[in-house]
Design a protein around this ligand. Structure first.
Ligand code: ABC
Ligand code: CA
Length: 474
């Protein structure tokens, strides 16, 4: 599927080993052991109802290719990022038929499959011939660990990891190697009916490698460029369709994770830069507030009002929302590996408060897309607020999101002047997270106050369908 087709979607990110088992069992899973816990592709198939009922219509799964079987520094490759052979599959997750079944099960439901892929490196083994098809030291850049993130050649041609856990850096300057990779991705996508790719370690491969990689893939590509700088990330939106929106992720973390001491206005500044500097604006970015490489929000934040505000962000901006599995269950794991808890241990409880909110956010976005034909091409604007350090008003008609980092004991106010031109006089707006209503003033302006620091996502009553699942008026 193309980037434009993906913009309508909402993605649920899965660590395959930690989501569900095909046989329905619930083994214990100690994340600190860094071992396989048993999750597999059949397990995902068995829980597609759970994912779809939250409103997601795409999943992103861990890398699928065969990984080293042994341990590196005592750790196993349960995450899938330690490729041994790009031409075979990771048997811990299933057989080729299982992956094909997952892909068709998704397509039968009108859902998309996004697969994580790694080009940049392979783990070091005692026997180079195990690394297929690149079975020789000369297929890799010579040994040097990345030591200077300000030196782009060092970032591209030296190795990730360290001597105890080295990742051999593929020689992506060699045309034979490069062509193998272009052919591989073309075949992988067609063999398994893949609809999109999450591309790992993009900034560690020269930029001009990516355009032909993306065209060989022929589907939406979203790259991981781990940086807080919009200017550094921007050029990568030329070669791939887009990138995971890490710069805004960091701004969101700073704004909310520090509570009221964080500055909400920074989110608007960084995101506005992203809209300006990225190819296709921010429309094709993957927008997220948690993932498998960073501590979960609730590892440091306990105030549920703040959590609810943070979780709202990916669903109300220009990008494609991505939710990291376990957020809906209120998981609290810290840094890798603690943030990769087994989801089956939650019992897939569908009565959790955050799950209800996520369902509403997905429904609101879908309703906005169908109500306003230009919703997906209309960039969000931030409406200046008097208390800009603790509040944010984000407009993307018919949505207006009001966020705050004040926390559950704060009272916050937003004022939307009539000059913003958003509303008519005396118009009824519905907060789709609670179904409460507010009415605009006689000049079309809007004043809203909340007492518990909760987020609001307002939609004009006229934009909601009378019978839909979202605060139906009948
Ligand atoms: C293993 C163990 C861990 C242990 C670790 C040292 O080794 O499991 O317990 O802590 C996979 C596995 C990991 C595993 C690694 C290493 O492999 O998932 O569990 O960790 O073998 C991608 C994937 C990631 C994956 C790999 C490797 C790469 O998403 O899951 O890890 O295939 C760099 C890369 C980035 C990579 C990330 C882990 O490391 O660029 O692609 N992720 C700075 C640098 C970044 C750097 C980041 C973290 O630090 O600029 O390049 O990411 O080291 C901002 C700045 C940024 C700065 C951030 C932190 O702050 O602007 O520049 O990032 O403000
Ligand atoms: Ca490299």
């Amino acid at each position: 599927a193309s980037a434009d087709e993906w913009t309508k979607r909402s993605i649920y990110q899965i660590v395959t080993d930690r989501f569900a088992l095909g046989n329905g069992s619930s083994p214990s899973c100690d994340t600190s052991e860094k071992k396989y816990c048993g999750g597999n592709w059949q397990g995902i198939i068995s829980k597609l109802d759970y994912i779809q009922s939250m409103g997601f219509d795409a999943i992103w799964i861990s890398p699928v290719v065969e990984n080293i079987d042994g341990a590196m520094s005592g750790d196993k490759a349960y995450h899938g990022y330690w490729t041994q052979n790009i031409n075979s599959l990771n048997a811990n997750f299933g057989l080729a038929d299982d992956l094909i079944s997952l892909s068709s099960a998704l397509h039968d439901r009108g859902m998309y499959l996004m697969v994580d892929i790694v080009v940049n490196h392979q783990p070091q083994t005692f026997d180079y011939s195990l690394l297929q098809p690149f079975g020789g030291a000369d297929c890799f850049h010579s040994e040097c660990f990345i030591s200077d993130y300000n030196n782009q050649t060092n970032v591209e041609q030296c190795w990730l990891g360290y001597s105890g856990l080295p990742l051999l850096d593929l020689d992506t300057e060699n045309s034979t190697t490069v062509n193998i990779m272009y052919n591989w991705i073309k075949n992988l996508v067609s063999d398994y009916g893949i609809d999109g790719l999450r591309v790992d370690t993009v900034k560690h491969v020269r930029k001009d490698f990516w355009p032909e990689f993306a065209s060989s893939a022929g589907v939406y590509t979203v790259g991981e460029v781990l940086t807080g700088e919009v200017g550094y990330a921007a050029p990568y939106t030329e070669g791939l369709d887009s990138i995971l929106d890490y710069p805004t992720y960091f701004a969101v973390q700073k704004a909310f994770i520090n509570g009221v001491s964080g500055d909400m206005a920074t989110i608007a500044e960084i995101f506005t830069e992203a809209q300006k500097q990225y190819n296709h604006g921010a429309f094709y970015v993957g927008s997220f507030v948690e993932n498998h490489d960073n501590p979960r929000i609730q590892s440091t934040v306990s105030d549920q009002s703040i959590v609810k505000n943070v979780i709202t962000w990916p669903f109300i901006n220009d990008g494609i929302p991505i939710l990291y599995y376990g957020q809906e269950q209120g998981y609290q794991g810290g840094n890798d590996p603690a943030n990769r808890e087994a989801l089956w241990l939650s019992g897939f409880d569908e009565n959790k408060p955050l799950l209800a909110q996520i369902k509403n956010l997905n429904a609101a976005r879908k309703q906005a897309i169908s109500y306003n034909p230009s919703f997906l091409n209309n960039p969000v604007t931030f409406i200046p607020q008097a208390s800009a350090s603790s509040t944010l008003a984000i407009s993307k008609p018919p949505l207006l999101a009001l966020l705050t980092n004040g926390g559950s004991s704060s009272t916050e106010s937003w004022s939307i002047p009539s000059s913003a031109g958003l509303y008519n006089a005396n118009e009824t707006l519905v907060d789709v997270l609670t179904c409460d209503t507010v009415i605009t003033g006689s000049d079309g302006s809007l004043s809203v106050t909340t007492s518990q620091g909760l987020p609001k996502v307002l939609m004009p009553a006229k934009s909601l369908s009378a019978t839909g699942s979202l605060c139906s008026t009948e």
